[in-house]
Design a protein around this ligand. Structure first.
Ligand SMILES: Cc1cc2nc3c(=O)[nH]c(=O)nc-3n(C[C@H](O)[C@H](O)[C@H](O)COP(=O)(O)OP(=O)(O)OC[C@H]3O[C@@H](n4cnc5c(N)ncnc54)[C@H](O)[C@@H]3O)c2cc1C
Length: 485
């Protein structure tokens, strides 16, 4: 929440919560104290009910789902989260953390309950080869803090203004995933406030059941308050290659080749919608890191690739400018208003053996009306073996592809509802070929379908949920477990 004088005036005039009245099930502010209310615990931060805070927490990047919380916690310390978890558990109130609210389908929303705004908890401490980072910190801040020490996290999402807690709750994949797995695979230790109101540390060796249920665990067992993330030496510069292909099959053949031999530091891919008389375009985006003045060996890196030679685009830039390369485009989308329109996103992992045919069929008749003026179609290759955590569900093949239709309901495009419906039917088709949802998008799914999604991991996930959130109060917007009693 940014500081806003109008909001501050409103807060002092009676929007700071002092208790909850179990008989009327209402949050009570200092202006309307009631006899039956139970006082809030002593907090370093505050719980508020002003319309701006609740309105923000009732919305996200998707603008498709709106559930209004009763109150919002602005914590000043982890102890505030712990105390309020205890309080909410006692009164059967649901709770969810909110990072940057870039989920697209209400995943971080709670009707009537408490949303925890994680943004104030954003400290970063860089150590020898790890960073200890509070969950509300942005990946852009973590990058800047570590780069000052010549270090970097191994894997970044394309957009850096996401919270550490938010991406660790889903997985966090990007162009370096083919070397280092998802962001969750670089986590050494977590500090978590679990749904039973305990502050716990966990790692692969300490409470591994909790560690494995929280990483990519969609906030079902606890709120991440701190993560220790492994760091690598940072390169100074990158050489960026944009290679063009005549078809999906030609693109994915080279994507498979380069992620399996590991010649590039970073590999992604994008499909461009037809423009004018030109049909679809297919591009592989790859990067090689370098330091000093010795540039990467182009001949070695591009050897044996089947791209269209005349269309190669190669440029050098600083490592941070590369990581932050979406910033200019995002500023432009904000200036035109596109950024603020509904975003019914579709994101699924596909098995490599079915990817070409599935993608060809999915884009065959796809037009700008169905993805929006600023819609983006992505195709990222990952070797399955790099992805080590159980709750980031993937097809069981040597290579998997993340295929996304990042739709924007632009002016003149299909309605957000039609886009969500189209997402649902494409999801069923993808599921039929062995695809798995990446749960950051806007694809309606039932609890039974989530159970199927987790397959052999369900039993451990459910056991961890029962153990660490016995009241079933956490993160109901994900729709994974039915709410508690
Ligand atoms: C423009 C854009 C680009 C993106 N690019 C990528 C990409 O390249 N790769 C990729 O993998 N993903 C990408 N994503 C998806 C993104 O990683 C997820 O949507 C992520 O969850 C958003 O982080 P957030 O801080 O906004 O989380 P929020 O939307 O605030 O929360 C998401 C979910 O996580 C829970 N949560 C948040 N913080 C915590 C916490 N501390 N503890 C427990 N649970 C928590 C919330 O309750 C909610 O259920 C992108 C999204 C956008 C909008």
């Amino acid at each position: 929440m940014t500081w806003d004088p109008w909001r501050q005036a409103f807060l002092t005039a009676g929007a700071v919560v002092v208790g909850f009245d179990p008989s009327t099930r209402t949050w009570v502010t200092d202006a309307d104290r009631s006899q039956g209310m139970v006082d809030l615990p002593q907090l370093k931060g505050k719980v508020v009910t002003d319309p701006a805070s609740r309105g923000q927490a009732a919305d996200d990047f998707g603008h498709l789902v709106h559930r209004t919380p009763g109150a919002v916690l602005e914590p000043s310390a982890v102890s505030d989260i712990l105390q309020m978890m205890k309080y909410c558990r006692t009164h059967g109130l649901q709770v969810a953390a909110r990072g940057q609210g870039h989920a697209t389908f209400g995943q971080g929303q709670v009707e009537g309950g408490l949303v925890i705004d994680m943004t104030p908890l954003n400290a970063v401490e860089v150590r020898e080869d790890t960073a200890v980072v509070e969950a509300g910190a942005l990946w852009s801040s973590l990058a800047q803090a570590t780069l000052a020490h010549g270090l970097t996290p191994a894997v970044f999402t394309d957009y850096l203004e996401l919270s550490v807690g938010g991406t660790l709750s889903v997985g966090g994949v990007g162009g370096q995933t083919h070397h280092y797995g998802a962001q969750v695979d670089s986590v050494v230790e977590l500090e978590v406030v679990t749904g039973d109101a305990s502050l716990r540390r966990c790692s692969a060796g300490l409470r591994p059941d909790l560690f494995r249920a929280v990483l990519a665990g969609r906030g079902q067992c606890g709120i991440v308050t701190k993560a220790t993330v492994r760091l690598l030496p940072a390169p100074a510069r990158v050489r960026h290659y944009l290679l063009s292909y005549p078809s999906v099959a030609a693109l994915t053949a080279d994507q498979r080749l380069v992620v399996n031999d590991g010649r590039f530091a970073y590999v992604e891919g994008e499909l461009g919608l037809p423009t004018g008389s030109a049909g679809w375009s297919y591009q592989l985006e790859a990067v090689a890191f370098f330091n000093g003045t010795t540039p990467p060996d182009d001949a070695r890196l591009l050897a044996g690739l089947g791209d269209q030679l005349g269309d190669r685009q190669i440029q050098d830039m600083s490592y941070f400018d590369f990581l932050n390369r979406l910033a200019v485009g995002v500023a432009s989308l904000k200036s035109t208003g596109e950024w603020y329109r509904p975003h019914p996103w579709w994101n699924m992992f596909l098995p490599a053996s079915r990817t070409d045919a599935f993608v060809d069929a999915a884009i065959k008749d796809l037009t700008e009306t169905e993805v929006g003026a600023s819609g983006v179609v992505l195709l990222y290759p990952f070797p399955r073996a790099r992805l080590g955590l159980p709750l980031l569900r993937m097809p069981d093949e040597e290579t998997v592809f993340l295929f996304t239709l990042l739709r924007t309901a632009s002016q003149g495009a299909e309605s957000p509802q039609d886009m969500v419906e189209a997402n649902r039917s494409l999801y069923l088709r993808a599921q039929a070929v062995g695809g798995y949802q990446y749960p950051v998008g806007s694809i309606p799914a039932t609890p039974q379908e989530w159970r199927t999604h987790y397959g052999p991991e369900w039993a451990a996930f459910e056991a961890a949920h029962e153990r660490y959130d016995p009241g079933g109060i956490l993160t109901p917007g994900q729709g994974v477990f039915p709410p508690g009693p």
